[in-house]
Design a protein around this ligand. Structure first.
Ligand SMILES: [Fe+2]
Length: 189
């Protein structure tokens, strides 16, 4: 497996979870699924911010534009995920109109995520496959895999992306301590 395969596999898993959410009308299961989706997206996004976006800047003629666009897209979906996490416990109350509104917000998030995946798969990944050699693709895999292991599992929309190689592992540690102190479990482990 190389770095691009790893990101494509993440996308496939994410699409599968989104589809499970859409096909499940049990709100207890949906709460769990949305937490899993958010946690997966946080790890994937963190790894991309730390190790993919530098490559985009270097390898694409319009790299700086694409880099800035990816960051703004990420900021939008981090804010949306934070909102969904902040409101998730109210789902347990069982108010149908609240659940309908919550589902609409989930669909907005899914739409942003689907655009992100499509753009990378159609534009970014083919170009990187063309320009990176085998060693660079293998190094990308190792970096992304390592980054995902110590990535934040929550959105942290206020954490700056500049300096992400240092800041994201710190946020990851905070998330992991919070999970152990509150007795919650990282749904990905
Ligand atoms: Fe991605």
């Amino acid at each position: 497996m190389d770095g691009i395969n790893l990101l494509e596999t993440d996308h496939t898993k994410l699409r599968d979870k989104i589809s499970q959410f859409r096909n499940n009308d049990n709100w207890t299961s949906r709460q769990l699924l949305i937490k899993e989706i958010i946690s997966n997206v946080c790890q994937h996004t963190s790894a991309e911010e730390r190790y993919l976006y530098d490559l985009i800047t270097q390898k694409f003629d319009n790299g700086k534009f694409l880099y800035d666009k990816q960051l703004i897209d990420n900021q939008v979906h981090k804010e949306m995920m934070q909102f969904l996490l902040d409101k998730i416990d109210i789902l347990s109350v069982g108010n149908m109109s609240f659940r309908d509104s919550y589902q609409q917000e989930c669909e907005k998030l899914f739409s942003v995520l689907e655009d992100h995946m499509k753009e990378e798969e159609q534009l970014v990944f083919p170009k990187l496959r063309e320009t990176l050699n085998t060693t660079e693709l293998s190094d990308l895999y190792k970096n992304l895999e390592w980054a995902k292991q110590n990535a934040p599992t929550r959105p942290h929309p206020s954490t700056p992306v500049v300096g992400s190689k240092i800041l994201h592992p710190v946020a990851g540690l905070v998330d992991s301590l919070t999970e152990s102190l509150t007795g919650t479990t990282n749904v990905n482990k």
